[in-house]
Design a protein around this ligand. Structure first.
Ligand SMILES: NC(=O)C1=CN([C@@H]2O[C@H](COP(=O)(O)OP(=O)(O)OC[C@H]3O[C@@H](n4cnc5c(N)ncnc54)[C@H](OP(=O)(O)O)[C@@H]3O)[C@@H](O)[C@H]2O)C=CC1
Ligand SMILES: N[C@@H](CC=O)C(=O)O
Length: 366
């Protein structure tokens, strides 16, 4: 591959040998939180062995930073807090995501651009496909690629001998896909049931406490947990894509979001929430998938759950997944009050997996 100006960019600082080079697509709530944690030298002592260096940060409207020897992350964060990467930053450039994915040299691409339902996961599906095709590992927090193109992308990853990981896509950093990969071997997942969207559960909980839907949505946006387009949360799309990721990854089945029978919480009124509460019940956006037949059946629906139902214990932005298998009795994975560091941790956990993979397999074409 010809060396582009971005690859020859000025060398500042020293990147020790064996550092994993990461290209970060997106520098929003998730991307920035990840960088804050990675750049916070002393606080997280168990991260010191990760040895990751971010060589590119790409945004859509806020410019990009590229340095093949590693970006100064503290400077990037501090400049971005003032609104943008500074024009005086020697790493600043206008490289867009597709060209960055195609041109730069990196070991792992981290995808944190927004979910797109209308675009069926694009342009992130293309970014992931391009990175995998270049023998690069991929970690995505964006659910689009794994909800819309799971089998195609996994086949490329397998063919190239690289990893496509997505722990942060469902229940943030809660070890769900890692757990399934290592601890569900030999068991067939037959059904899934869960509350998977933090924002809608938060909104319903706040409406129980007397807040209006609009006030609650504004708070969820301030917390950084709502999608860029919050209607994806409220109309059940985010739950739907998460359910698809779970079905595709845990059940080895093929499903895309448009095959899910979906509704959301947009039409739910405060009166309905309060009436349920008076009857000792709670309104919850419940996701269900059944894998018994040849093609999976999946739905996302507002459901009145009894106080004794385990899903009624999911408060605020919490989430819960009940997993049914052919061998064991159903078990539950639950998450309390996740915030952005939880999502960033999902990516960090995947980075450790990529690091191990790279040290085991040295078949990167370069
Ligand atoms: N927030 C959360 O709690 C969680 C989010 N996720 C997922 O993680 C992803 C990121 O979420 P979040 O950080 O909150 O989103 P934000 O909207 O805060 O940030 C998105 C970032 O992606 C950039 N971007 C937008 N379009 C493109 C594009 N076409 N190519 C390259 N970069 C692009 C944006 O740049 P610019 O600002 O310049 O437009 C911005 O830097 C989403 O897919 C979301 O579903 C997953 C788990 C939890
Ligand atoms: N918008 C999502 C963020 C995490 O995936 C949610 O509310 O759950």
């Amino acid at each position: 591959m010809a060396k582009s100006p971005h690859m020859r960019r000025a060398v500042r600082g020293l990147m020790p040998k064996n550092f994993m080079k990461a290209l970060l697509i997106g520098f929003g709530n998730v991307g920035r939180t990840l960088v804050e944690i990675l750049s916070d030298g002393g606080q997280y002592c168990k991260l010191k062995d990760l040895n990751v260096s971010i060589i590119g940060i790409i945004t859509k409207n806020h410019g990009s930073l590229v340095n093949s020897r590693g970006i100064d992350l503290i400077r990037a964060l501090s400049e971005f807090r003032k609104g943008n990467f500074a024009a005086a930053n020697p790493d600043r450039c206008d490289l867009d995501a597709l060209n960055a994915v195609k041109e730069l040299e990196y070991d792992v691409m981290i995808e944190t651009s927004p979910l797109s339902i209308e675009g069926k996961g694009e342009p992130a599906v293309t970014y992931v496909r391009e990175a995998l095709s270049r023998n690069c590992n991929v970690i995505t927090a964006n659910k689009g690629p794994v909800a819309f193109a799971y089998s195609e992308l996994m086949a490329i990853a397998k063919d190239k001998g690289v990893l496509l990981l997505h722990e942060a896509t469902v229940m943030d950093g809660t070890p769900l896909f890692n757990m399934a990969r290592h601890c569900l071997r030999g068991a067939r997942v037959t059904s899934l049931e869960g509350i998977l969207n933090s924002t809608s559960n938060y909104v319903l909980s706040m409406m129980e406490a007397g807040m209006s839907m609009d006030q609650a949505i504004t708070l969820a946006q301030k917390m950084g947990i709502a999608e860029k387009n919050p209607m994806y949360d409220l109309e059940g799309w985010d739950s739907t894509v998460k359910l698809c990721v779970l079905v595709n990854a845990l059940c080895n089945a093929k499903i895309t979001p448009f095959e899910v029978d979906r509704n959301g919480i947009t039409d739910i009124t405060s009166d309905q929430v309060q009436n349920a509460l008076r009857a000792g019940k709670h309104l919850k956006l419940i996701c269900k998938a059944k894998l018994d037949e040849s093609s999976p059946r999946a739905e996302v629906k507002v459901t009145e759950v009894e106080a004794r139902d385990i899903f009624s214990t999911v408060k605020g932005q919490g989430a819960m997944l009940k997993i049914y298998t052919d061998i064991m009795a159903p078990f539950v994975v639950s998450q309390t009050d996740p915030t952005l560091p939880d999502t960033a941790y999902g990516i960090i956990n995947d980075l450790f997996e990529v690091k191990d993979h790279i040290s085991l397999h040295t078949n990167k074409a370069g």
